[in-house]
Design a protein around this ligand. Structure first.
Ligand SMILES: O=C(C[C@H]1NCCC[C@H]1O)Cn1cnc2c(c1=O)CCCC2
Ligand SMILES: [Mg+2]
Length: 485
């Protein structure tokens, strides 16, 4: 196409909807809230999956696959787990022309699918720890406005479900997994996240506590939950009678965790790095890290240029990069530059007659547009340095932008002002649920209410006598607040 019609800083929502399509990640689908994930998006999912899957296998976590369908009886089993979510559950009520005797739910998550079998499989302490993960889709028939990757009625995720003999083991795994989620965001997607704990009101109702990696979108001033790692305590063990005989012959209930990240990760990355020319992909997750484009000149040695492009790609791929040449003769170099910029390829290499003559290539960075002439003899080393630098630069820029949005507040007036300025608010809080609910009520509006995002593990100093910004009661902890997705 001829570029984007909406600017990121002028109309973020329209910009996002357009860039995911123009960048060939998404195709809209005729069922609301459902999207087609095209190869350009799927390849990012696969690169992250390869990393996460290899890491959990090092932890001796095994992959499995449970059915998509949930029987109603078992779904209702854990009341406060399901209540409040029920409208989101999609049901199969017919097969062909005939109604099913009993409607069957499509999994919105798999606790209730898996845990009856955990109960069956776990007898003695030798059956522990039981640590399973599955890569699958889930369906949640949400009604708040759908957004590609960010909020869809079907999405891909991994869900880990683990059971331990002791709380200590569970607590440690919660943090081990959360660190993997931080790495996915910060090392692969170049997106800064904050590790923290969800409030009692915001945590997974069926669990004991929820830890999270929180991201932030400066353009909308909204926080977004990046991934979650929950300790379920013994709540589900009680419900599903998942108990075991310990080495002293005593009966005890297991301690469980569940953890997930989803295709939402891709949307957060797009929102963070994209610009008015299109997607900007961090090299670590780019299916094509380097695109090589011939710039033929009327009487120049065209075949020599094409051969140099192919040789450049071959050298780079043999060195472990993901490079591709765009040798299509029905598009101009200029058109190709725009096309690959729209798709967010981190590095472009141009080879024209002058480059050929000087035994060099012209590299152009997607993140800052810088042009660098590279001697062909230094190609691999220079490209490696450039891609590493692009990866780091994307993170640093995003970190600086996020940090610039953080506003420390001490009073309600400061809070309301900061909210109006699309800030990520850090405030001292008395940690009382009633106060949190009150803040939601007092900030209700068409932009959505403010809520707690997390209480960061890294707590700034809280001087004695500091008061809660909302209640005036003694503050217990610093907490991030804001509107969210
Ligand atoms: O899914 C979880 C908790 C947990 N599920 C497994 C992976 C980690 C974590 O997301 C919370 N949750 C969210 N959404 C829904 C449900 C639900 O339990 C239950 C049914 C309707 C929608
Ligand atoms: Mg048992």
């Amino acid at each position: 196409g001829l570029g984007l019609t909406h600017k990121k800083d002028e109309n973020f929502g329209e910009w996002y909807s357009e860039v995911v399509v123009s960048g060939e990640m998404i195709e809209y689908y005729d069922i609301s809230g459902c999207y087609i994930l095209r190869p350009w998006a799927m390849s990012i999912w696969e690169i992250m999956q390869a990393f996460f899957d290899s890491e959990i296998k090092k932890m001796n976590i095994k992959n499995c696959y449970f059915p998509l369908f949930v029987s109603p009886a078992v779904l209702q089993k854990e009341k406060d787990h399901i209540e409040g979510f029920a409208p989101e559950v999609a049901w199969v009520t017919k097969s062909g022309e005939s109604d099913l005797e009993v409607p069957i739910a499509i999994r919105p998550t798999s606790e209730t699918v898996m845990y009856p079998y955990y109960s069956k499989w776990i007898r003695g302490h030798r059956d522990l720890p039981l640590r399973l993960n599955q890569w699958c889709n889930v369906v949640r028939w949400e009604f708040s406005h759908p957004t590609p990757f960010i909020r869809s009625r079907e999405f891909l995720w991994q869900e880990g479900h683990t059971a331990f003999a002791t709380k200590e083991e569970a607590d440690q795994e919660v943090l081990d997994i959360l660190e993997l989620y931080r790495r996915i965001y910060e090392e692969f997607l170049a997106v800064p996240v904050t590790k923290g704990k969800k409030s009692e009101l915001e945590k997974f109702a069926g669990g004991l506590y929820t830890t999270t990696v929180e991201a932030f979108i400066p353009n909308t001033g909204r926080g977004i939950q990046g991934a979650t790692s929950h300790c379920l305590g013994q709540n589900f063990a009680k419900m599903f009678e998942i108990n075991f005989e310990n080495d002293k012959g005593e009966k005890g209930m297991v301690w469980q965790n569940s953890w997930a990240y989803t295709t939402r990760t891709i949307g957060v990355m797009i929102m963070t790095h994209g610009d008015d020319k299109g997607l900007v992909l961090p090299p670590k997750v780019a299916a094509i890290q380097v695109v090589v484009i011939p710039v033929p000149f009327k009487d120049a040695d065209t075949q020599g240029i094409l051969d140099a492009c192919s040789a450049t790609v071959k050298t780079l791929n043999e060195s472990g990069f993901r490079a591709e040449a765009d040798l299509r003769d029905n598009y101009s170099p200029g058109w190709k530059y725009s096309n690959w910029e729209m798709k967010g390829v981190p590095l472009r290499i141009e080879i024209g007659p002058r480059d050929l003559a000087n035994k060099q290539v012209r590299a152009v960075r997607r993140d800052n547009g810088a042009k660098i002439d590279i001697p062909m003899d230094n190609l691999v080393e220079e490209v490696k340095n450039l891609l590493d630098n692009i990866q780091q630069n994307l993170f640093d820029v995003a970190k600086q932008k996020k940090d610039a949005c953080i506003q420390v507040v001490k009073t309600w007036e400061e809070f309301v002002e900061a909210l109006g300025q699309k800030k990520l608010i850090l405030a001292p809080w008395c940690d009382e649920e009633e106060v949190e609910k009150d803040v939601k009520t007092r900030t209700k509006g068409e932009m959505g209410a403010a809520k707690t995002l997390c209480s960061p593990f890294v707590q700034p100093e809280l001087p004695e006598g500091t008061l809660c910004f909302a209640s005036g009661k003694p503050a217990k902890k610093w907490t991030y607040w804001g509107r969210s997705y």
